[in-house]
Ligand binder design. Structure first.
Ligand SMILES: Cc1ncc(COP(=O)(O)O)c(C=O)c1O
Ligand SMILES: [Zn+2]
Length: 453
């Protein structure tokens, strides 16, 4: 009760409360000896095990805020544990110290997997190539239930909502993999979810859960991902519906950041290079933030991994912005169509541009043909199928090797952000998830929602 009042108070009058930094509730725990990651200040942590701080002006924000009240910058969690101690919980929950949740979510036991590449490493002449395999490949203990690293974002997000205890409907727009991951996590938790999915992405909507999609309402949108985002934003203005937050959601970022954590434990250090295909670029921000925490931990080295982010041109706004090039006209049919996000969190403080600048990173523009070839190379050399998006990252790695941007002995982490779909079909029957309806406009969607209320 008192805790809840505390958050309501913080939400409304944060600027005043922030000046005092002390709040007298029974549920405040103090950690006076604990250094926070980014400052030496002594603060009192409300309930959980982290403080939420604006990366721009350093202002503390309420635990569930999505942006700074002063400047709309990204907020970052500062965990109580400066050194991470992997626990006994399964999968992703091993990294509970650096996740914004208090406990593991029953029924979700998967996590990131890292292994040392032999096949692709041999093909590219690399001695220390590590693959973060985020998909389904039980022979390597990889069991992400919807075959992509989006499962690592969805599970902590849903667990956090459960811990928050407010039964509002979570609203999400996605071009496929994210939607599938959230359907799985929300269904496991019995949490209500409203999804807007572009019609073209419907064939990616499936589940392996025996009871289907529980309390999920899926609306197909005749349009692209951007149209779906706009509808989701409008739906959030209804009472009882809350936005999931995208890149602003720390559960999403720190969930994805476990790929870097898992790699650091496997390799024994922070890798020197990190390759990932990006759409919003949230995975890149997450890798950078996880590396900052690992550096603060002190046991994994003090380097930052150079971020090598890749997009499929011409639908590649991050690539053009980073290179300072005029954007090419976009195309409807691309080798990859999950990486196209028209509004990536590029220039906001703590966003993609900062992540690239702070890590000495770069962005690659990959053609369909390059991605196709790279996909074949990875699948043949590592003997597992992958999604099209990570093939774009493999192509970037091939380019980096050709151009001597990575050395043959350097430590490289290649994030295969999705794969093993064919492997999963050997073990499971995938059930298609039908939409409630297909809408052309927000007015159609609003009518449907009114009916459901
Ligand atoms: C398989 C896969 N890889 C990579 C990405 C890019 O993710 P982000 O830009 O959020 O890091 C996505 C986004 O949907 C995806 O589905
Ligand atoms: Zn701020």
């Amino acid at each position: 009760m008192i805790g809840k009042g505390f958050y309501i108070l913080l939400g409304k009058h944060w600027a005043i409360v922030n000046d005092f930094k002390l709040v007298f509730t029974k549920r405040i725990i103090s950690f006076p000896k604990q250094k926070t990651l980014y400052s030496n200040a002594r603060y009192f942590l409300p309930m959980g095990q982290f403080l939420l701080r604006c990366v721009n002006d350093g202002a503390l924000q309420p635990q569930y805020a999505l942006s700074c009240t002063h400047d709309h910058s990204l907020l970052r969690a500062e965990y109580r544990s400066r050194q991470i101690r992997p626990g006994d919980a399964p999968g992703i929950w091993r990294f509970l110290d650096w996740l914004p949740v208090e406990k593991a979510f029953p029924g979700f036991e998967a996590g990131p997997v890292t292994y040392k590449s032999r096949g692709l490493a041999r093909e590219l002449g690399l001695e220390n190539l590590f693959i973060g395999f985020n998909g389904y490949w039980p022979e390597r203990e990889a069991r992400l239930p919807t075959c992509s690293f989006k499962d690592l974002e969805a599970a902590p997000t849903i667990e956090r909502l459960r811990e928050r205890g407010e039964k509002a409907t979570l609203v999400l727009a996605s071009a496929g993999n994210t939607a599938r991951a959230f359907v799985h996590a929300a269904s496991l938790a019995g949490w209500p979810l409203l999804l807007f999915v572009p019609e073209k992405a419907l064939d990616r909507m499936w589940t392996v859960l025996p009871n289907g999609a529980g309390m999920v309402t899926m609306i197909a949108v005749r349009g692209d991902y951007y149209d779906a985002i706009v509808m989701a934003e409008k739906a959030c203005s209804y009472p009882g519906f809350i936005p999931e937050g995208g890149a602003r959601n720390i559960a999403r970022r720190d969930g994805m950041g476990t790929v870097m954590l898992d790699a650091a434990f496997f390799v024994g250090r922070i890798p020197e290079h990190y390759f990932q295909a990006v759409g919003s670029g949230t995975g890149g921000i997450s890798a950078w933030e996880a590396a900052l925490r690992l550096r603060g931990d002190g046991r994994f080295g003090d380097n930052m991994p150079r971020l090598h982010l890749a997009q499929n041109i011409p639908n590649a706004p991050i690539f053009y912005q980073w290179k300072g090039l005029p954007a090419e006209p976009t195309r409807a049919d691309m080798f990859d169509d999950v990486l196209f996000n028209r509004r990536p969190p590029y220039a906001i403080p703590g966003g993609v541009k900062d992540a690239l600048l702070e890590t000495g990173g770069d962005v690659y523009g990959i053609t369909d043909a390059q991605a196709q070839q790279a996909k074949r190379l990875l699948e043949e050399s590592e003997e597992i199928d992958i999604l099209n998006a990570p093939a774009v990252a493999v192509a970037a790695l091939c380019q980096a090797v050709q151009e001597d941007r990575v050395g043959p002995n350097e430590t490289i982490l290649l994030n295969i952000t999705g794969g093993g779909l064919a492997r999963m079909k050997e073990d499971y029957e995938l059930q298609a998830l039908p939409p409630l309806a297909t809408v052309r406009s927000w007015e159609d969607a609003a009518e449907l929602l009114e009916e459901k209320r």
